[in-house]
Design a binder for this molecule. Structure first.
Ligand code: GAL
Length: 374
């Protein structure tokens, strides 16, 4: 009897240890992490270190609470190698559909090719996976419209002629960084040409300032110079060194194209700390809670609100259609360098102090208690 209960306890401990290891595997989260063949939909997101992607995880969890399909969400923590491991782990668990937001659009091709080889449907989520035919669908926001809205906001709030314009961009490994920049450049370039803005921090942009439309190589040159890599510290360091290099004529009232909220807050803090900067208008994107607070406090001028609930719903609807053998609805396509990928695209909303409460709180997206001074 004694021996039996000892064995029983040992078996229990072993089971617990094994399930703890399984739960830790891939740094991931929720449901269906047990045996092969138990996960229907695998979701891979780039990193937990940026609030944007934690937002997506939360919205996926909310949306999935009511589905019968089993789902597992894994994070790649900024590493393409980890991303490939995550995809391989999900393949081993028998997923039928993969929803993946790549860390690096080109590097993710190998991971999705491995999935495709197993007959798994691949949905590229928010960021396009490039240079492979192993992507079936793309769900995304209108990223050119995001950049255009940022550029237009700077134009609408320009203080006069010759205003210094500081340009910043996302990571060159993210196809979206090009779309955002393209959208912004399209509206800003005529205003650089007519003297409303003077480029303050990019010799490459200065050299291309008369070109209304830039090639991808030309954008690469500018992005290579003003990239933040989507990293707050890199954004802050770059802004500080630009301010150190700038003379007073490049300060005063300034306009700043910041690609997203995390980098906007870092860049805004650097500009706010420079006494020769009288005022700044800075763009953002994602409507992160911290940036909504910055907007309320007058420290960030605007953000582009991307309703993640819509993106999540679109990708789940797509995954479910595929699981049920039907063809998902799409609104257009994106060329990824190898093929035209059928895409479902969502619109975006500009948020600043004038509509922050209505758009972010009254809409039910966030609750009033998450902010002060509303
Ligand atoms: C982009 C994404 C943005 C932003 C950025 C940094 O691809 O569309 O919403 O979060 O990455 O992660």
């Amino acid at each position: 009897m004694k021996r039996f209960s000892k064995l029983f306890v040992l078996a229990l401990v072993l089971t617990l240890v094994v399930s703890m290891f399984a739960a830790c595997g891939g740094g991931g989260s929720d449901e269906g992490e047990e045996a092969a063949g138990t996960v229907d939909i695998g979701i891979v997101l780039p990193t937990k270190d940026e609030p944007r992607w934690v937002q997506d995880e939360t919205r996926f969890q909310e949306a999935l609470a009511s589905t019968d399909y089993s789902v597992e969400i894994l994070f790649s923590q900024g590493s393409s190698a980890k991303e490939k491991e995550n995809v391989d782990a999900l393949i081993a668990k028998g997923i039928k559909t993969l929803i993946i937001c790549p860390q690096d659009g080109a590097a993710a091709a190998a991971a999705v090719q491995a999935a495709k080889a197993e007959g798994i449907n691949v949905i590229s989520y928010d960021r396009l996976i490039t240079d492979t035919d192993a992507v079936d669908y793309y769900v995304t926001f209108d990223s050119i419209a995001v950049g255009a809205a940022q550029g237009q906001y700077l134009i609408d709030n320009a203080k006069g002629a010759g205003e210094p314009l500081y340009l910043y961009a996302g990571a060159a490994s993210d196809n979206n960084a090009f779309l955002f920049f393209e959208g912004a450049w399209t509206v800003l370039q005529p205003k650089i040409a007519d003297g409303t803005f003077v480029i303050a921090n990019s010799s490459e942009a200065e050299a291309l300032k008369d070109k209304a439309t830039l090639t991808r190589d030309e954008m690469s040159k500018i992005i290579g110079q003003v990239t933040t890599n989507w990293d707050f510290n890199e954004a802050k360091n770059k802004a500080e060194s630009h301010l150190t290099a700038a003379d007073d004529a490049m300060k005063g009232d300034v306009a700043i194209l910041a690609p997203n909220d995390g980098t906007a807050r870092a860049i805004a803090d650097a500009f706010a700390a420079d006494s020769a900067v009288t005022s700044y208008v800075v763009t953002g994107q994602d409507a992160e809670i911290a940036s909504v607070q910055y907007i309320i406090d007058g420290k960030q001028s605007m953000t582009v609100f991307k309703d993640v609930r819509t993106l999540v719903k679109d990708s789940i609807d797509m995954a479910v259609s595929l699981l049920e053998g039907s063809t998902p609805a799409t609104t257009g396509s994106y060329n990824n360098g190898a093929i035209d990928v059928k895409a479902k695209q969502t619109e975006v909303v500009v948020v600043d102090q004038s509509n922050v409460k209505a758009a972010m709180v009254d809409s039910g997206y966030y609750t009033a208690g998450e902010f002060t001074g509303l």
